[in-house]
Ligand binder design. Structure first.
Ligand SMILES: C[S@@+](CC[C@H](N)C(=O)[O-])C[C@H]1O[C@@H](n2cnc3c(N)ncnc32)[C@H](O)[C@@H]1O
Length: 331
């Protein structure tokens, strides 16, 4: 998704932010298989691949547009990549111990992912969701609007995105330049990632005994876990994470909003700079073309000037000759 200049150090949104707090949680869980939905540039995948190699865990990655190089060296054993949508892969995928869900951030897709994951009734996986805080907790994003059934799609914009603290969409908002659809309204029924998770729980798509813990910073992380089936250490890790983010929330929320606004402003400025730079390049090219044309004209002017000098000399010669003839006639 969006970063401020394509480098990871100025990153706005990624599961990679959660790596330091998820590492001990995942290790305490000791999964033998995990599935990542939504890879993009592979920022979190790098860590998951490392984790899986170290822990002997099978990795499955799903993304219709894997936007990354460098995973070819992963070696086929224990690693599987599908360049497809989750809805096309999950129906035939054997159950996994952990799912990391960060693909298409909309109600319809997330609910369908949950339904497909829990289609095996005896299966008690842990699900980690990204984008369960602002802006996509209560507002849909569509990577491929046409791929979502029409009646499940909210009216959306392809040119504007959400801005912290504002209800409507803005032209400099989050993801505004990424050609994704963003729901115009926020907080309506069946809208957003967190709404999809909550509705899946209340509508029994999620089996009994599952609890939901949410960390509402860095675009939000939610953990849906079978409370009694995870190791004590994992439950402790989740509780610690949830409790500490609650304690720090008054500090973290404004910092997060500030961070996002700064990132978006920087993006808008860098786009303006890029467009000024393009205009400058064009002006420079025009100036160089004019300069060349001027040099050619100057060359022609010099030739004409020399020619005119020669004509003038010839005229003067003729004039003197004419005057001399006239003098002779008078005499
Ligand atoms: C927000 S990015 C993922 C970021 C990544 N997880 C990270 O932490 O850096 C979302 C990705 O989901 C992919 N995606 C979109 N629709 C999808 C779907 N239906 N199934 C799986 N992936 C999807 C997009 O191609 C995009 O690369």
């Amino acid at each position: 998704m969006q970063d401020t200049n394509g480098t990871e150090d100025l990153l706005l949104a990624s599961m990679a932010f959660f790596q330091p707090v998820l590492d001990s949680l995942l290790k305490s869980l000791g999964p033998s298989s995990l599935c990542e939905i939504g890879i993009d540039k592979g920022r979190f995948t790098k860590y998951l691949v490392f984790f899986c190699k170290e822990q002997g865990c099978h990795y499955t990655g799903i993304d219709p547009a894997i936007n990354t190089l460098g995973f070819s060296n992963v070696g086929s054993e224990g690693f599987q990549f599908f360049e497809q949508k989750s809805g096309d892969v999950l129906p035939d995928l054997p159950p996994k111990d952990v799912y990391i869900i960060d693909g298409d951030h909309n109600y319809h897709t997330v609910k369908e992912e949950i339904r497909l994951i829990f289609r095996h009734s005896e299966h008690r996986p842990v699900l980690l969701f990204h984008d369960t805080a602002w802006p996509f907790a209560r507002r849909d994003l569509y990577y491929d609007p046409a791929g979502i059934p029409k009646e499940k799609r909210h009216p959306h914009s392809l040119e504007e995105g959400p801005w912290p603290g504002k209800d409507g969409l803005e032209k400099d908002g989050f993801c505004a330049t990424e050609s994704v659809g963003i729901a115009k309204a926020e907080g309506t029924p069946c809208n957003g990632v967190l709404t999809a998770i909550e509705d899946s729980i209340s509508q029994n798509l999620v089996p009994g005994g599952y609890a939901l813990a949410t960390v509402p910073i860095a675009f939000g992380l939610s953990i849906l876990f079978p409370e009694r089936d995870v190791p004590d250490a994992t439950r402790d890790e989740i509780q610690k994470l949830e409790a500490s983010s609650e304690v720090l929330s008054p500090l973290l929320s404004p910092m997060e909003s500030n961070r996002i606004r700064l990132g978006l402003k920087l993006l808008a400025l860098s786009e303006k700079f890029d467009s000024l730079f393009t205009k400058y390049d064009l002006l420079l090219k025009n100036y160089n073309d004019l300069d060349k044309a001027y040099s050619v004209l100057m060359g022609k002017y010099k030739e004409l000037d020399e020619h005119s000098d020669k004509l003038l000399q010839a005229y003067n010669g003729l004039d003197q000759h004419f005057k001399a003839q006239m003098g002779k006639q008078k005499a």
